[in-house]
Design a protein around this ligand. Sequence first.
Ligand SMILES: Nc1ncnc2c1ncn2[C@@H]1O[C@H](COP(=O)(O)OP(=O)(O)O)[C@@H](O)[C@H]1O
Ligand SMILES: [Mg+2]
Length: 592
Amino acid sequence: MARRSKSSAERPVISKEGWQKARQLLSYLKPYKWYFFVGLMFLGLGSSVFMVFPAAAGELIDIATNSSDSGWTLEDVGIGLLVILFVQALSSYFRVLLFAHVSEKGMAAIRTALYDKLITQPTAFFDKNRVGELTSRSTADVQQLQDAISITLAELIRQIIILVVGVSYLAYMAPQLLLVMISTFPVVILIALFFGRYIRKLSRDRQDKLAHTATIIEETLQAISVVKAFTNEWFERKRYAASVNQVVDISLRFARIRGLFIVFIITALFGAMFFVLWWGATLVQSGDMAAGELVTFITLTAIIGGAVASLGDFYTQILRAVGASERIMELLSSASEFDLKETINTTKITGNIQFNEVGFHYPSRPELSILNNINLTIESGQKVALVGASGGGKSTVVRLLLRYYDLISGSIMVDGKKLEDYQMQHLRRNIGIVPQEVILFGGSIRENIAYGNHTASEAAIIDAAHQSNSWEFIHSFPDGLDTIVGERGVQLSGGQRQRIAIARAILKNPSILLLDEATSALDAESERVVQDALNKLMQGRTSIIIAHRLATVRTVDCIYVLEDGKIIEQGRHEDLLTKQTGAYRQLAKLQF
Ligand SMILES: Nc1ncnc2c1ncn2[C@@H]1O[C@H](COP(=O)(O)OP(=O)(O)O)[C@@H](O)[C@H]1O
Ligand SMILES: [Mg+2]
């Protein structure tokens, strides 16, 4: 986050890439361009018709004072005004409707594209980005963009039309007066550019800080039980308040700059207007201008003044939207792990696994080597175990097989084919995992089991529940399969969650099974039930078992002892036990 704020501070007003990125985003609106153009026509119509008002007002005065030479009556002008009102009302209605269509559909497309990107980011991306910040980016930033398109853009165009028509009319009516007005423009624009630079930076910083506060809420609510157990409510509250105060600080700075800007605009504008008024009055006094003309002039000047004043505000809003689109594009243009739309290969993987001299370090800590020259060979249907002290790299082996991260050196082969040569989703479809901490989704037990296979029938779900030894407890709940598990499954015990994860894996029916300390967090009784379910699940599948308690791995085909990222021993349980000074024997001694 700090990195992003810094880079935005270094950039000038709006960089070329900034505009380019905003333009790229426009491609999401392309399908709705005709709605936009028709809306634009209504906008043009409404605004132009609106510009007749000042002329009509002047004409009314001239007719009333008998100085009109148009030959119109008060009734004529009255009817004309009614027609204008009607056209104005109709065109406003359709404009709003059409622009809403464009912005809603367009934003829906951008939101979906953002979600596609988020959900297909590689694991390393989630190691370095915080969830709250990403959430903010996909909600607040998109909202800002939507406001810009649906409200700001329309208003901006309307004001520009008013400005152009009004100024042309003034030029025709009273060219000298117009010169006075126009002379203020370049100054206004220069100052607007100057302010814009700060406004954009502050706006971006403010969004960043807002995202940060969202992160704190998200993180503390997710780990609310930890917060409670450590009675850190006050600590978190202070952290949150500090973050909120930072938002206030930056927002106030933002307001100061905007306030100054508005003061400037108003002063310049009203100054010019008063001067024009005064000049006009002298013209009427000397008989060079009709009273009606002056009324037209005054109304027009006021309208134009309003238009110019609002331009500044719209300008800052557009700058903010460009800032938002830059952040959105940053995410949209990042590389995905795979294309969400490609069809997934459905052939079954047999499950022969081979690690050849695998070396690895995490992208976030390149200096810390995690795995060194790991060699493993697992035949289809075999069971192997990884044991060793915590932090040795066991879970990392499993993550690499799932291709959560790319290797640094060596290769992993599955069925004789390199891991990278598999379609990512094809590979993962064939691998099941039961971790130590199972995370369920907030819905029902049924939904959570069916997560392994969305097309599974009711009978298949119940069958999986039976096989995973979960039917008994599911059945004992009044709502059965429809029991809501609570957020992340908090309303179930650890052992129950574990068995639902097993049921899920049964439905997925993978060829390769990864059990990462699946029973380590359970009490002896739950462990027995879960282990029984796991044994059923492992039948006929290539299984890699990471275990804490050696009792669970006595019967596997091969045990690998991992220490500091290296395999220091391998063999069957009985053989390893015979090595007098072996690491496995030491581990076993501690446990049995
Ligand atoms: N996402 C990550 N980013 C950086 N380092 C990590 C990450 N995950 C694990 N590590 C580090 O990798 C090492 C091995 O971790 P892990 O494979 O989980 O060990 P084990 O499962 O054997 O206990 C540890 O030192 C851990 O700190
Ligand atoms: Mg682990």
